[in-house]
Design a protein. Structure first.
Length: 362
């Protein structure tokens, strides 16, 4: 029997130390995630304001260079952003509602055609299809109460949304107005030996955010216009709602494009039949291939150097922790973290290469 005083094998000691470090890191990560989830009303507006600040900062800086007071330039940029968003909503929302209302009869007739085609081509009767549809409707009705309860569990949801919007606008104003002062304040709290590194990481993160927002808007707009024009030529109804859905889906990389394309094909199938659905599928695939292989590498560049698996995990984690807003903001946050990590790695490797080699003594 081995004595308790017998020293442990070296591999066991190293494994125990490594496991202990992993546990400490995991505990720190979990605690940070839980803290951020609790402070979502601060975290989400802050990230959204930073993302929008990359869009407003260039015109504000240009106006300031032409002797417009910085505060006035920031207010003007903020007002233009609000006017553009408000005008887009006022123009698009009523038309989308009218198209959806007008397409109700077409959808019902198309659904009848699809059911008839399924009963002819598949070994299934109309009664079985109706039964499956009734089961799906019953499931939705049974869970609608639970969903409503979950949504209304926070009775102050609307107040939180308004507070979050106001906080976002306030932070956005100060981010574009006092960007240099805020950056200087942060650098002043860092030791002189690390200021260059912090400045380089900050510039890399800012460039990543700017490139992401610019690229995702252009890519989403091209997708929406391309797919919308294709569906219009095919004769699929609800072109404007589907184009708007495609544009919004572009802000959720990988997932959004897939969901929006699937909805477009489903609408074509229900309203116009299998042939137009196949044509719609070809349009969606063609536009998305053009976007992913030609447009995205040129427009996005290296702004989001993330593997699709990482993007999917980031969107899932953001959605679980913060809902739709978290899913929307998770990819730029992951891209910034990746860019900051790459910058730190490159600077660390540069320091190692600059260090003179050590000469071992005989």
């Amino acid at each position: 029997m081995a004595s308790l005083d017998t020293p442990s094998p070296s591999w066991l000691t190293r494994s125990a130390l490594f496991s202990g470090k992993l546990l400490v890191i995991a505990a720190a990560v979990v605690a940070s995630v839980l803290l951020l989830a609790r402070l979502y009303l601060i975290v989400l507006p802050s990230v959204a304001a930073l993302l929008l600040a990359t869009l407003l900062y260039p015109p504000v800086r240009w106006l300031s260079a032409h002797r417009v007071p910085r505060a006035l330039a920031s207010v003007l940029a903020l007002l233009v952003l609000l006017l553009v968003l408000g005008a887009g909503g006022l123009i698009l929302v009523p038309r989308i509602v009218r198209e959806v209302s007008a397409a109700g009869s077409n959808v019902q007739a198309g659904a009848e055609q699809v059911f008839s085609w399924l009963t002819r081509e598949l070994p299934i009767s109309r009664e079985q299809l109706d039964g499956m549809l009734q089961e799906a409707l019953s499931f939705l009705k049974a869970n609608v109460g639970r969903i409503t309860t979950g949504v209304l569990a926070g009775a102050n949801f609307a107040a939180q949304a308004v507070a979050g919007g106001l906080l976002t606008l306030t932070l956005l104003f100060f981010f574009v107005k006092d960007a240099e002062r805020l950056a200087g304040w942060v650098l002043a709290r860092v030791s002189p030996a690390r200021r260059d590194t912090v400045r380089a990481v900050g510039l890399r993160a800012w460039g990543t955010l700017s490139g992401y927002l610019r690229g995702v808007v252009i890519v989403a707009l091209v997708d929406a216009v391309g797919i919308g024009v294709g569906l219009l030529l095919i004769g699929v109804p609800l072109v404007l709602p589907l184009a708007a859905l495609t544009f919004l889906g572009g802000f959720f990389p990988v997932v959004g494009a897939t969901v929006a394309g699937g909805v477009a094909v489903l609408v074509a199938l229900v309203t116009n039949g299998p042939l137009d659905a196949l044509l719609a599928l070809l349009v969606v695939l063609g536009v998305q291939q053009l976007e992913s292989n030609v447009l995205e590498p040129v427009v996005m560049g290296r702004a989001v150097p993330l593997h699709p698996v990482v993007i999917l995990l980031a969107i899932t984690a953001g959605g679980v922790l913060f809902g739709v807003a978290g899913a929307f903001l998770s990819v730029p946050v992951a891209a910034v973290l990746s860019a900051a990590g790459n910058e730190l790695r490159l600077r660390s490797e540069a320091r190692v290469l600059e260090k003179p080699p050590t000469i071992s003594q005989p």
